[in-house]
Structures are given as structure tokens and as C-alpha cells.
Design a protein around this ligand. Structure first.
Ligand SMILES: Nc1nc2c(ncn2[C@@H]2O[C@H](COP(=O)(O)OP(=O)(O)OP(=O)(O)O)[C@@H](O)[C@H]2O)c(=O)[nH]1
Ligand SMILES: [Mg+2]
Length: 386
């Protein structure tokens, strides 16, 4: 963003963490905040065209201050958020009261092994912990090498800690077989997910299942609320993507594509947000390349892709807040309408349509008349015999 374009430095930390996130329409409350710029936006920024370094520093400095304020305010909006706050009237619906609001807006993390789902939970938490408690411990267990089992139990994390507005579910990584994954994804997306739920794949052998059961013994005493998933975040590792593109190994990209296109992960046309991790180990060009390839492979706009490495820097904080803003906004669009509202709105209309159809259908009218005649005849016949 501003800092990056000032220095002209293309090192990863100087890039916009979410290069494309500014053109998505924002909910009214957010419209003035989260000014995350794309590299092309920052090219047109006053900093990059100014020859005088002092003026340049001044311009950049004041812009960073504005962004600092914006980030603080954007975080505050997320802190204050409650389900239904950002509902936009769709069609003739206007009020949050017309929707079935969840107790808490639930976002589900899905992604391959080691993609950085648990790291993302910690990174998101850290953005808010900076203001609340800088020394708060990390929450999600990160797998530091391939000997680790990785996350095996679904874990609910309120964002920020103790919030009633948003929670994120960290889950076990996808198995290598997307078809096997589909069953469990379908269950989470249709029946919901609960904290401590053990995640088993069909490919897990008996020993693995026994191991998981003993690992999860504490959860069996803990009845946890089942949450309906309101939106999905698809987490992918930028390095693995780059490697598969460079080696022309289509398998990895195909697996990502197949999983991403799973209809259960989408709400109508609304496909998951994508978070690309590990950007801190890539150059700016590589990060852009990965995001462009992902946008093309998954057939989504760049605005839906968020570049969030595990590193602690200002750009990443902005990208995190921007990603949360995107997810909440889309989750709110997917809250179901209340049944009585649907009946009220559509019941009368449906009845009128049915009557019109019945009246216009001569064959149906004839059939009803014949049916009534037969009933009358039967009644008269039965009267005679009784
Ligand atoms: N440099 C760097 N390392 C990362 C990043 N994200 C994750 N990692 C590392 O990648 C490894 C796996 O990260 P996790 O967060 O455990 O990945 P996960 O998706 O939760 O993995 P599973 O639970 O096994 O599915 C860990 O060693 C992390 O430190 C990132 O953005 N940058
Ligand atoms: Mg994990």
C-alpha cells in the first residue's frame, strides 16, 4: 500500500496483502474504512509520482496515519458486529427481523494439509489481541512438521476472543481424495458443525481411529452447540501452488479446483473466500502470479482472494480485516428468510396463482364436476340400499 509504493520496494512485506480487495461494494457502515489498495491503485498514489523525497515522505506519512485510523475503526466495527447488523435488503426484504439470525455468524475454514488454517486462526486473533492483550497465548495448535497429526477435531474460535458476533471453525485438512471429503463437507454444510467434533476420513485405518478417539476423550463429556455454517474460507498454501504451477503438475491445482467447486461449499452462486498463505516466503511477483492463477483456475474475481501470510505486519492486518469484512458481508446475504415471512409474502400470491390456474384449466374443472357427480350418485345409491 502506501508504504510499498513510496519505497518502490517489491519485497513481500511491502506489497498489498490483498491486492484486489478495494472494488467490492462495502456495507454502508464500512464504506469509509478498509482502504486496501491494489498495486495498480498504489501506482496512481501521490507517493509514487512525486520526485521530492521530503514531500513524498509527508504524503506517505499522512496516508499511513489515515490508514492507521481506518484499520482501528474497521476493527472496532468487527468488534461491535452482531448477526444481522449488515443485512442488506434483498428484493422486497428490508429488515433483519425477516431473517433467521444465527446466535453467532459461523465461518468454516477448509483446506489441504498444512495449508495454514490453524496459523490463520492465530493470525486473525493476533490482529485484535494487539489492542486487548499483546501477551495472550496463541489459540490454535499449528503443525510444525509432517510427523504431527495436524488438526483432527473441529475447533470453534470466537473472533475476537469472547465475542458473540463471529466464530471461525478450524478443521482437519482435506484428505487426498476429494470424493471422500465431499461426504463430510456435505454434513458440515447441511447439518452443521460443533466444537470438539472428531473428523474422520474414510481412508483412516483402525489404529488411527482408535488414536483419535483417545485424543478426543475430553470432548465426549462436553455437549457443544451445533453451528450452522454461514460462509466458507478456502485456505491454500501459495508455495505449494507455485511449485505445482512451476513443475506443471496439474494434480494439486485439479484437487483444489475440484474441492472448491463442491456445490456444498457455495451458497447459491456465492463461492468461498480464498486465503493464500505463505506469501512471506514469496516475492511480490510470485504472490501476484499465484493469485492470478487461482483466480483463473477457480473462476473467481481477485477481490475474492486474500493474501494473508502468517507474518505480523501492517499489510497483513489490513488484509485480515478486509477478509473478515468480506466474509461477514457474504454470510449475512446467506441468512435464510423466516418461514412466516415467506408464507406472508408468497402464500397469498401462490393461492391466487393456483386459483387462476385451476380456473383456466378446463380439463381440471371438468374432472372436478365429474368427481362431484360421482360422489352425489354414490350417496344416492347408498341411501337406497340402507
Ligand atoms: N512462512 C509461513 N509459514 C506458514 C504460514 N502459514 C502456515 N505456515 C506454516 O505451515 C505449517 C502448517 O501450518 P498449520 O497452520 O498447522 O496448517 P493447517 O492447515 O492447520 O494444517 P493441518 O491442521 O495439518 O491441516 C506450520 O509449520 C506453519 O508454521 C505462512 O503464511 N507463512
Ligand atoms: Mg491445523
Amino acid at each position: 500500500m502506501g508504504g510499498g509504493s513510496c519505497s518502490g520496494d517489491l519485497s513481500p512485506t511491502s506489497t498489498s496483502s490483498s491486492p484486489s480487495s478495494s472494488s467490492e461494494p462495502l456495507p454502508p457502515a464500512f464504506a469509509d474504512y478498509v482502504p486496501v489498495l491494489s498495486p495498480s491503485d498504489s501506482d496512481s498514489d501521490g507517493c509514487s509520482v512525486c520526485d521530492d523525497p521530503e514531500v513524498e515522505a509527508l504524503l506517505c506519512g499522512s496516508r499511513i496515519q489515515v490508514q492507521d485510523r481506518s484499520l482501528r475503526e474497521a476493527k472496532e466495527l468487527i468488534r461491535r458486529y452482531k448477526p444481522g447488523d449488515w443485512i442488506e435488503g434483498v428484493g422486497s426484504t428490508k429488515a433483519a427481523g425477516d431473517y433467521v439470525l444465527p446466535d453467532i455468524t459461523t465461518l468454516l475454514l477448509v483446506g489441504p494439509r498444512g495449508a495454514g488454517k490453524s496459523t490463520l486462526v492465530n493470525r486473525i486473533t493476533q490482529v485484535f489481541d494487539k489492542d486487548d492483550d499483546q501477551f495472550a497465548p496463541e489459540r490454535a495448535q499449528v503443525s510444525y512438521n509432517s510427523k504431527s497429526e495436524g488438526t483432527c477435531f473441529a475447533q470453534e474460535y470466537k473472533i475476537p476472543r469472547n465475542s458473540d458476533g463471529i466464530c471461525i471453525y478450524d478443521t482437519r485438512s482435506l484428505s487426498k481424495n476429494p470424493e471422500k471429503d465431499f461426504k463430510i463437507l456435505q454434513r458440515w454444510m447441511t447439518k452443521g458443525i460443533s466444537h470438539g467434533e472428531m473428523v474422520m476420513w474414510d481412508t483412516d485405518d483402525g489404529a488411527k481411529i482408535e488414536n483419535l478417539k483417545s485424543m478426543g476423550r475430553q470432548y465426549s463429556f462436553l455437549p457443544c452447540k451445533t453451528r450452522k455454517v454461514n460462509f466458507v474460507i478456502f485456505v491454500v498454501d501459495g508455495i505449494s501452488i507455485l511449485r505445482s504451477l512451476d513443475d506443471d503438475k496439474k494434480g494439486y491445482m485439479d484437487m483444489l479446483h475440484q474441492t472448491f467447486m463442491n456445490p456444498f461449499l457455495s451458497f447459491g452462486d456465492d463461492k468461498p473466500a480464498v486465503v493464500v498463505t505463505h506469501g512471506d516466503r514469496l516475492s511480490f511477483q510470485q504472490r501476484s502470479y499465484v493469485q492470478n492463477e487461482m483466480a483463473e483456475t477457480l473462476a473467481i474475481p481477485l477481490q475474492q482472494i486474500f493474501d494473508i501470510p502468517g507474518s505480523d505486519d501492517y499489510q497483513t492486518d489490513l488484509a485480515v480485516v478486509d477478509m473478515l469484512r468480506y466474509c461477514i458481508q457474504h454470510a449475512e446475504q446467506n441468512f435464510p428468510l423466516k418461514l412466516n415471512y415467506l408464507l406472508e409474502m408468497h402464500g397469498r400470491e401462490t393461492l391466487t396463482k393456483m386459483m387462476a390456474w385451476l380456473m383456466s384449466s378446463d380439463a381440471v374443472m371438468d374432472a372436478i364436476i365429474v368427481f362431484l357427480c360421482v360422489v352425489a350418485l354414490l350417496l344416492r345409491v347408498s341411501d337406497k340400499f340402507l
